[in-house]
Ligand binder design. Structure first.
Ligand code: UD1
Length: 418
């Protein structure tokens, strides 16, 4: 299995271009199931999760051609030949659940494997199921599968107990073809949700209020295929901002939307780095050892849970102690034990970690446990003394496009070992 080796201590300098967002590409691909024509999706990142979604769309009977070099994916779901998302695909990617809403809306039927538990907590899908029931689908759970069936979805009021990103996306894709009005309350406001709403509107859907907690949908009878560009990856943007700040370097991060990472950039400034935001780019300049800063993760526009592990790697070498509170996925601290192996002083109690800054980290052999945790170990490796080897990098391949190449191009001493 591939590993990543990082020699710490290099100062990063230069320009780095951000890829399309994984969490934007996946719902856009699923949305292509809702219409019969040919979609042309641009800026689709070359990632394992995108390939898994491509396999899934093909299994359902769609054609799905991906020109990796160009980042273009063409999807055409003229006729669907299956309504089943099987366990072998859902198990490798929870976001496979995103085909549930479109299948029920388009075919009146779907059979989707229940995603199992995963490394960051139990992550249930009860809001997706309950919401679809509200929209008029009969749902049965048997043999590890969600079996949904309807004679026709009907608009309804759906209140999310807590905002869910893929939950909002899934139900939005169901509601656009339902009869009548659907009102979502306490909906997720993440930029990827907003972007999906804009895509659906371009396809002919009638949606208002995306980006706020109340989204209104008036169902339409059919949708058309369009060309679409995936939103820039805000988590990759934040990860490179941290890489610049942590290494005392200077990066101009291009083709991004700085306004999507305000919560992170504010914390980066508070910890002592210089951040200049421009239209479509951000420049980050590191200024030595950071001050300790507390963070609490929250739904957007709060501090993203997907940047918590990376920020913690920086706070591990801060002057003073910081408190990192996780309010989205309460068990999302598995990276802590690996950071400790590198000399970090972190204790966890419930959904809160106390990070006592140490002067430096030491390189070590560490194990990636999930996607964002792997990124945090790579960042820690960039500032550690000596070499760090990160095992199980397939997690990183699920969500960061060419991370090793991008880091090397701006001066990191990093290699992928076969
Ligand atoms: C999405 C992102 C993921 C990110 C997360 C939070 C994608 C493909 N993935 O995941 O990268 O970390 O948002 O920003 O976009 N919940 C329930 N029942 C449900 C659904 C969610 O209890 O049916 C809970 C979850 O356990 C969690 C919270 O709601 O505590 C938010 O999760 P959610 O926004 O649904 O995360 P995902 O959509 O799975």
């Amino acid at each position: 299995m591939d590993r990543i080796k990082v020699e710490g201590g290099a100062r990063l300098q230069g320009r780095v271009s951000i890829s399309g967002a994984k969490n934007g590409a996946l719902p856009s691909m699923a949305a292509a199931l809702l219409a019969q024509g040919r979609f042309r999706l641009a800026r689709v990142p070359s990632l394992m999760d995108v390939i898994t979604m491509q396999k899934l769309l093909k299994r359902l009977g769609a054609t799905c051609e991906y020109r990796t070099g160009e980042g273009v994916m063409e999807v055409e779901a003229r006729q669907l030949t299956s309504v089943e998302a099987p366990y072998d695909l859902v198990r490798t990617m929870r976001a496979s659940i995103l085909v549930l809403g479109p299948l029920v809306a388009r075919c009146g039927e779907a059979v989707v494997s229940l995603p199992g538990g995963c490394a960051i907590g139990s992550r249930p899908v009860d809001f997706h199921i309950e919401g679809l029931r509200r929209l008029g689908a009969a749902i049965e759970l048997s043999d590890g599968y969600i079996r949904a069936r309807t004679q026709g979805l009907k608009g309804a009021r759906v209140v999310f107990p807590i905002p869910s990103v893929t939950g909002t996306e899934n139900l939005l894709m169901a509601a656009v073809l339902a009869q009548g009005e659907t009102v979502f309350e306490n909906a997720a406001c993440e930029p990827e949700v907003t972007d999906l709403a804009r895509l659906l509107r371009a396809m002919g859907a009638r949606i208002e209020g995306e980006g706020t907690t109340t989204i209104r949908v008036q169902g339409v009878s059919s949708l058309k295929a369009v060309d679409w560009e995936v939103v820039p990856d805000r988590i990759e943007t934040g990860t490179f901002a941290l890489a610049a700040a942590m290494t005392g370097g200077e990066l101009v991060i291009e083709r991004c939307r700085p306004e999507h990472v305000t919560a992170l950039l504010d914390k980066v400034r508070a910890a002592g780095a210089t951040v200049e935001e421009h239209e479509g780019s951000v420049r980050v300049l590191g200024n030595g050892r950071p001050r300790a800063v507390d963070v609490t993760t929250d739904p957007y526009p709060g501090f993203p849970t997907d940047l918590q592990a990376q920020f913690m790697a920086w706070m591990a070498v801060a002057e003073g102690s910081s408190i990192v509170a996780e309010r989205v996925f309460q068990q999302r601290f598995i990276h802590v034990s690996e950071l400790r192996r590198m000399g970090a002083d972190i204790s966890v109690s419930g959904s809160q970690a106390v990070v006592r800054g140490v002067p430096a980290l030491q390189g070590a052999e560490v194990m990636a446990t999930d996607l964002r945790a792997s990124a945090s170990l790579v960042l820690a490796g960039l500032i550690a003394k000596g070499a760090t080897v990160v095992h199980r990098v397939y997690h990183l391949d699920r969500g960061y496009e060419r991370m090793v190449d991008k880091l090397r191009a701006v001066g990191a001493r990093i290699d992928r070992l076969k």
